[in-house]
Design a binder for this molecule. Structure first.
Ligand code: 4AD
Ligand code: MG
Length: 429
């Protein structure tokens, strides 16, 4: 039976067998130090020439970076070791001596690393990011499950758009036109009418010509949708969910955050309630801070960063102009030129991580919106049905997983937050 490095602390003083790859090695002539990794962690194996057979010594000397092997030895606690433990190797079985590994331990350019993404994910930093990503997903799902949300899976191939027609990914569906989903929201609205509180978690696609550190072509979204929930309650659900996520990662991912050199102090503050400012107030704030900004425009990254700097935790910007938001958002009854929506802006310049709103529940108003937004009414027949057969106030939101990971992990680009990023100029590997 193999032991894993992640569980090595349970085996101090015992003899164990590991399956591993050689990450790095150095030698002092009589002792070889093998840095081993097995996916669950890293440990230093120590091989003493006088204590092993010449065969084993030779096999170890011959190992190249990323060679695969089984190692047997005794686990020893050692305060000086980065992981706190070392393995005194007694036996070694080489599975494969690896060819010369393209990613040496020196610095490489990002494009080179991205071309070798399938190998790059083996590195300690990339492993830490992917662990944090998984832990964020787990925390979100745990929280939603505890709050009695039901997981519902919307389709990926769709006949129509959710977030506007400008960045749809077109494909053929036999003889029909089809699009890769931009958001599962419309289907989640149907699901909320069937199950009350629901969420989806899946890939979404935007054929966006944006080449920024926040944009991917394929990204993952968590989309909760709730019947009988208004704009205010929608915000409370978001802030409670996100506080839980950040505190969970702080608790569970200490070593990973450390590997990434993440300053965790700003994350400690991320506790509900989050501040809220209206779009109007945000416009005033920008002009006061010397950034000229006209009411009715949409915020760009520098605007979002400026607004976020004013707060020590994520901030909701609410009540955007109706004209710059999606067709399904409910206008504020007291001021129909703005909608009951909010974008949640992360601190430290990470920008919008959640977009959400209360949805239009009035069938007549929704009809008007289809015309204004030049949407083909027949594609949305089923969506109109939701307003005909027992319409209710309802709200929901979409959290972009990659931007959330980038923020919590403290990365400067979303490309490292997903195992195989799809970007403007990248479909490989
Ligand atoms: O604001 P968006 O476009 O909202 C929707 O799609 C709604 N239908 C969601 C809903 O209410 N159910 O996208 C939601 C989030 C953004 O806040 C952002 O975090 C992320 O998805 N996002 C992207 N992430 C990476 N790359 C892109 N190109 C993204 N576009 C949006
Ligand atoms: Mg948005």
């Amino acid at each position: 039976m193999l032991t894993t490095i992640g569980n090595i602390s349970d085996h101090v003083g015992e003899s164990v067998r590991l399956g591993a790859w050689l990450y790095n090695k150095r030698s002092s002539g009589k002792i070889q130090f093998l840095q081993l990794r097995d996916g669950t962690g890293f440990i230093q194996g120590v091989l003493v020439k006088s204590k092993v057979s010449p065969d084993i010594w030779e096999a170890a000397s011959d190992l190249t970076q990323e060679s695969s092997l089984y190692a047997e030895g005794t686990v020893r606690a050692d305060e000086r070791a980065p992981s706190g433990y070392e393995l005194d190797i007694t036996s070694l079985e080489v599975i494969q001596k690896a060819e010369e590994y393209p990613i040496s331990l020196k610095e490489h350019g990002v494009e080179f690393l991205m071309d070798h993404r399938h190998l790059w994910i083996r590195s300690p930093r990339q492993r830490a990011v992917l662990r944090i990503r998984a832990e964020i997903t787990r925390a979100i799902q745990d929280w939603l499950d505890k709050e009695n949300f039901t997981l519902v899976d919307p389709p990926v191939l769709t006949p129509s758009s959710c977030e506007g027609t400008t960045n749809l990914f077109h494909t053929k569906y036999f003889d029909e036109d089809a699009y890769l989903t931009q958001s599962g929201q419309l289907y989640m609205e149907a699901a909320a009418m069937a199950l009350g509180r629901v969420y989806s978690f899946g890939p979404t696609f935007r054929a966006e010509k944006s080449k920024t550190r926040r944009h991917l072509i394929e990204f993952w979204m968590i989309e909760p949708e709730m019947a009988f929930v208004d704009h205010e309650e929608n915000l409370r659900i978001q802030e409670n969910m996100l506080s839980h996520v950040v505190q969970h990662v702080l608790k569970e991912c200490g070593p990973e955050l450390k590997t990434l050199g993440r300053d965790t102090a700003p994350l400690e503050n991320v506790k509900a309630p989050f501040p809220r400012i209206t779009y109007d107030e945000a416009v005033e704030l920008l002009n006061r801070e010397g950034m000229e900004f006209q009411w009715g425009e949409d915020f760009g990254a520098p605007h979002e960063t400026k607004i976020a700097e004013t707060f020590d935790r994520p901030v909701f910007i609410t009540h955007y102009p109706t004209d710059i938001k999606a067709f399904y958002m409910k206008p504020d009854p007291s001021r129909p030129e703005v909608v009951l929506c909010a974008d949640l802006i992360a601190p430290e310049g990470y920008g919008e991580i959640i977009g959400g709103s209360q949805r239009i529940d009035d069938p007549a108003l929704l009809e008007e919106r289809f015309i204004q937004h030049r949407l083909d009414r027949k594609d949305y027949e089923w969506y109109m049905d939701l307003r005909k057969y027992g319409t209710v106030p309802h709200s929901g939101f979409g959290l972009g997983l990659e931007r959330t990971v980038a923020w919590i992990a403290g990365l400067d680009h979303v490309r490292e937050t997903i195992p195989f990023p799809r970007m403007l100029n990248r479909l490989y590997p």
